[in-house]
Design a protein around this ligand. Structure first.
Ligand code: SF4
Ligand code: SF4
Length: 153
């Protein structure tokens, strides 16, 4: 059962989840992505006219962004820009912050990793933890809401 406070948190303007990073727009984080999705992301992207099977897969039991030719389905391979930038998932906004075993850190693979201010880690920790919790129930939410799941690997 998901905490109602967590659900409400992500009803806020997605802009508030953007980590301060001087992004070099290299597109690296959109290659081979396995970005987790939360229900709010899916609803926002569905409103743009996409179908669930266009951008969602279930991998290792978690609902994620779909890749085509090893890049996010929304990445324009020529410009290296996101086609849905204004509507992109919360996980993409939280990047390059990463979370593992209760620890938050900046992904060293991001060429702009050193531009994330140290204080952002403390500030974003509760948000990243809430995001991880919610992303774990997206599969169940999809099943309840649509009665079926997209491709599962
Ligand atoms: S890897 Fe880092 S610098 Fe490159 S697009 Fe992603 S956030 Fe920006
Ligand atoms: S949704 Fe946009 S920002 Fe997120 S991985 Fe895909 S192309 Fe990159």
């Amino acid at each position: 059962m998901i905490d109602f406070k967590i659900w409400k948190l992500f009803e806020n303007d997605p802009k508030m989840f953007e980590v301060p990073v001087k992004c070099k727009k290299c597109g690296r984080c959109c290659i081979g992505t396995e970005m987790e999705l939360i229900p709010h992301d899916i609803e926002r992207i569905l409103k743009l006219g996409y179908r669930i099977e266009d951008f969602v897969i279930v991998k290792r039991g978690i609902v994620r962004l779909k890749c085509v030719d090893n890049r996010c389905v929304f990445l324009d391979p020529e410009t290296k820009l996101c086609r849905i930038y204004e509507h992109r998932p919360i996980g993409c906004r939280l990047y390059p912050l990463q979370y593992s075993d209760g620890e938050i850190y900046v992904d060293p693979d991001c060429p702009a990793a050193d531009t994330v201010p140290a204080e952002a880690l403390e500030k974003f920790l509760p948000i990243v933890e809430a995001f991880v919790k919610l992303s774990m129930i997206t599969r169940e939410w999809l099943l309840l809401k649509f009665g079926k799941l997209p491709e599962e690997r």
